[in-house]
Design a protein around this ligand. Structure first.
Ligand code: AHR
Length: 353
């Protein structure tokens, strides 16, 4: 009986050992299967494993953005470039930047290069309004959204861009016209105006002229006696103003410059000619750059209509909203104001561009 009990005890022990071994084996197997499972998933075509999903999310957050800028022709442009570059970098996106040096062919090349490099989005400020249909269509065909900034294109198919963020240039021209009409309310005509236009064919040149003419055209006493492009630069503004002074000298009552840089160049020409800017000739500029505030504080310029270049952060928000699947308005206008000589000294230290 004793032997029988001992043998039975041994059997129970053996059985228990076997159970333990079996349990260990299955634990090992399940650990091995976890690793195998993750290896298998890594090789699946949809790549939906956790690791790949994480890297997909990162890719969706960090965008590669190509930015084709007009050039570096004015104080305004320099501030605009910096605002957009800083906002893209601050948001953690990668920027590919191209300066078109005011040439349309350079912009077309840059956009094609962005398409070849498969960027996620293209930011584009067109030098001129026309001639971009083909390249915009190429971007659309490649599935790359285009964000128009600052200047519009004259293209019927608005599906070629995600949104257009920029100033209302016609309204800026109207503001300049309204200011002049009020300023000259008590003056009898004729009031002779010379106009320095922006880059030929560019949206701000076309629209600022249109808005200004719409307002001054309501009164017979105003006449634009000379109008020529100064290409938005100081040097060209000075050169063209010299020519205006040579031909029309003391007959000029008002200068309307489509940007402050040209107005500042023209101020130099007026002084060299021997006249007093802002007294002998009323000076109107557009942009509200620091240089204009300095000229106004010195009593050499009468008014500047604001065109705000600091929309980089707003642009990046729009790009991110687009990639988050939000529907964007096709046209988003930048809010702007107008500043006169008497405000200049006080506001100068607060100007950001
Ligand atoms: O498109 C905006 C215009 O372009 C600015 O008024 C001018 O200064 C710039 O060069």
């Amino acid at each position: 009986m004793k032997r029988f009990l001992e043998a039975k005890g041994l059997l129970v022990l053996l059985f228990a050992l076997l159970l333990l071994l079996a349990a260990c084996g299955s634990a090992d197997e399940s650990g091995g299967n976890d690793e195998d499972a993750s290896d298998d998933t890594e090789q699946t075509e949809d790549g939906n494993d956790t690791e790949n999903q994480d890297s997909n999310d990162q890719a969706a957050e960090k965008l590669v953005i190509g930015f084709s800028q007009v050039g570096a022709e004015s104080e305004w442009r320099t501030a605009n470039t910096k605002s957009i570059q800083d906002a893209i970098k601050d948001a953690g996106h990668e920027l590919k930047f191209s300066d078109a040096q005011q040439k349309q062919e350079n912009q077309i090349k840059a956009i094609r290069s962005f398409i070849t490099q498969k960027v996620d989005a293209i930011v584009f400020s067109p030098v001129v309004e026309t001639g971009f249909e083909t390249v915009l269509q190429e971007a659309k065909d490649a599935g790359i959204p285009v964000f128009l900034v600052d200047r519009a294109v004259d293209v019927d198919d608005d599906s070629l861009w995600a949104t257009f963020l920029g100033s209302d240039f016609v309204e800026e021209g109207r503001k300049a016209g309204n200011w002049l009409v009020e300023e000259m309310a008590d003056k009898e005509g004729p009031i002779n105006i010379v106009e320095l236009q922006g880059t030929v064919g560019s949206a701000p040149a076309i629209d600022r002229k249109e808005g200004f003419e719409e307002i001054i055209g309501e009164e017979d006493k105003f006449e634009i006696i000379k109008s020529q492009t100064g290409d938005f630069t100081r040097a060209k503004g000075k050169e063209v103003m010299e020519a205006f002074l040579k031909s029309d000298g003391d007959n000029i009552d008002v200068l309307y410059a489509h940007n402050d840089d040209m107005a500042i160049g023209a101020i130099q020409a007026i002084e060299e000619y021997g006249l007093k800017p802002a007294e002998d000739i009323t000076i109107i500029g557009v942009d509200a750059v620091k240089g204009a505030f300095e000229a106004m504080a010195d009593g050499k310029m009468n008014v500047t209509i604001e065109c705000n270049p600091l929309f980089g952060p707003q642009l990046v928000d729009l790009i991110e909203q687009h990639f988050a699947g939000e529907e964007l308005d096709k046209r988003i206008a930048v809010e702007e104001s107008m500043y006169t000589m008497d405000q200049a000294e006080k506001l100068l230290p607060t100007r950001e561009y």
